[in-house]
Design a protein around this ligand. Sequence first.
Ligand code: FES
Length: 68
Amino acid sequence: MADVTISVLDNGPAIVKGEFTVSDGAGNAYPKQNQVALCRCGASVNKPFCDGAHVKAGFAASDPVPSA
Ligand code: FES
């Protein structure tokens, strides 16, 4: 299986890269992509994907991403 990487951006989405499937709560798969940005702020109108609304919403993550 190919590697999947997830990068959590400070005050922004989680970027997922690799070979994976994103499904809704009922198990229905979204169209396959090799990279997605998953919304962490709740403001996207295209959930579960980020649409950039976190910038206008002034999203600030409650816990900063610790250094690796
Ligand atoms: S993280 Fe970008 S719209 Fe929510």
